[in-house]
Design a protein around this ligand. Sequence first.
Ligand SMILES: [Zn+2]
Length: 420
Amino acid sequence: MLKLLHQLSEIVRLAYQYRLRPTKHQAAELDRWLSMLCAQYNFLLADRFNWYEQNRSPINACPLVCHLRELRDNPDYYSQKKTLPQLKKTHPWYSEIYSQVLQDVVKRVKVTFDRFLKGDSNGKRSGKPRFKARNRYRTFTYPQMKEGCLQGNLINLPMFGKVKVVLHRPIPDGFKIKTASVTKKADGYYLTLSLEDKTVPEIKPDFNPDKINGIDVGLKEFLITSEGETVAIPQHYRKTQKRLRVIQKRVSRRKKGSNGRQKAVKQLGKQHKKVADKRKDFHFKTANWLLSKSDIVAHEELNVKALARTKLAKSVLDAGWSIFLSILTFKAENAGKLVVSVSAHNTSQDCSSCGEKVPKKLHIRWHDCPHCGCSKDRDHNAAINIRNRAEGHPVLKAQHLLSDSRIGCEAYTIPVLRLV
Ligand SMILES: [Zn+2]
């Protein structure tokens, strides 16, 4: 138990996303870098494929007389990295890109190709890597940022220059900027900073800050994600619960000190354990499922006492939401992923699409926004708000975030509320 608590309290890396405000010239330059990097990515990928196609020969399909082609070493991360100086000679415009950014493209190719051949840490292989169209190549990364790269509201990107950042929340105390990624999205450019607390060890390097999911506890469902997927409270859970009540009654009906009562008490204990085990199993499965599809899971800051006082009490306590969050955090840490909690303030009232407040009472299960026409299940809307808060999405206007300064610093998980 102590070990678990220890692991839960170790949060090592955070990803904060900010909006960038490049000048017109800078935006054009960002696009130019992206298109050059995209071309290089495709080139390196083709280089890998060529080797793979030429050298892969399934035993049964190998003709008796094999034509031996000239042997070439399998291109790997290091050999591909070594081609970069040559690239800069033949295509001098590539020397305008910061070398570590260029090297990071080689790494991306390595990661996708390794996943294709060997699979990820769970041995799950992904599909054949695809060439990227220019508009699908949206991110470049500085793998090592220097201290002091953020001056006021300007981020100093080596060989690119200083770009204006909308700092809607401060970098939390004790954290240093480790890497910086620039991403082009439909509505503009974003800067993702991965922040590291130097006091704890590093986690998985290919952590993707864009794979973020918000979850909210539902009334009928166990949870709903910001993608709109729901996890139902399992049927068997209800059944064992019912059985628990039957045995409970049996205990109270029998005479104190009688053999029959003792027997029933034993049964009750067994049933309680059964319920707990099934719940635990369900929690672990749900946590695994969530973590298989997201690198960051965001949830509302939970105040169990406050919840228990409301009508929600039964479903919240039944489903063991707080226990689930502890398990989720524990699993995430082991997988090198992150669980963050955000302010629960108005998550069900605010519109996830335009940010306007749309007041509604608890019995209103549907969110209909008169301002932008957004129409969604109430809990789905809340889950999107939770995700947006975790990534500092622009729809939650900077003002709003600043006025509620709690949001800025709380991308931590409160480790454990209560464990059984
Ligand atoms: Zn709206």
